[in-house]
Design a protein. Sequence first.
Length: 383
Amino acid sequence: MDSRSRVESALKHREPDRVPFDLGGTETSGIHRIALKNWLSFNGFPESEPRICSLATQSGAVEEEVVHRFGIDVRCLRVRQPAAASVQVRKEGDSSVFQDEWGIRWRMPLDGGLYYDICSHPLAGFSTVQEIERYRWPDTAEPSRYAGLKQDARALTTSGRPALVLERHTGGIFETSWWQRGLENLLVDMASDSRLAEALLHKMLEHKLLYWEKALEQVGDQILVAAEADDLATQSGLLMSKGMYRKYLKPLHRQLFAFIKGKAPAVKLFYHSCGAVAELIPDLLEAGVDILNPIQVSAAGMDTRKLKREYGKDLVFWGGGVDTQRVLPYGTPEQVHDEVKRRIEDLAPGGGFVFSAVHCIQSDVPPQNIQAMWEALREYGAY
């Protein structure tokens, strides 16, 4: 099978020739530039600094040579940053900082910094809906944002038939809203039934609908997966009650996901949420989610065997292949091997599984462990 057929089969809950492999195919299944450099050097690739494909996370670009060498099945499509909204990275004291097009400031220490964290929320001091309406929002319709997207898709398919994932242009509806407002502020707004929360979340939905309309006009017939995201849970439980999710976010998710599928009926909806999100899965399915990522196996209630038994006929699991919190960075290669074997046994039967690590592989993961992950996938991933 070629990669596109392999992933397509898994998405239809059929068993392909082997479990599809994703590394770098989505924003949340990547690999830090340092870990990528070390792993490639371990495998005899020439020493070089990987190209950065995500500034904030410092994820390295998984180039075509790597894709073919390791049998990676998924490739990521991203829109361009308009010239008018180009990011200027600069030194500020002991940090590297930039401001994105949403007005959010990000900071990374110059000494030992590995990725950027949010350090300023531009809407934190807002108290009225009018301030939200008057804010200088990005021009999501700017044509240069989508220029070349169709050509990029064609270029990725010149040397094979990869499964193409079209990424969102920013975080999810809830995620980008709290990046702007501050997490505590937004949750307080929602808990106090503030019109601010509703206005901000609906404003983000407007941008999302416009983005997906423009992007899918370009490549809706070429992609298999549309990727959206929000982190709705912590390690131990949900960030908000189910009632609050159903009141504020589920209607917006339902509208957004239905819109995407209306524009591209063959596309599957990929939804990322870290943490203990198991009790929200029925709601996510009702909202239109087809694929759940990352299956954070170290979080409460995220037992892969139980999740597969309860939701495996309706939900594709994309991730959960190896714990990135403890096993992958701190385990032995043997422990990594055993972890991968266990997760494949839990999630692969009957299809509906795309293998990737629980989240992006971080900088401190030994190359021997990444190799053990890949080798175990090759050993146990065949149907």
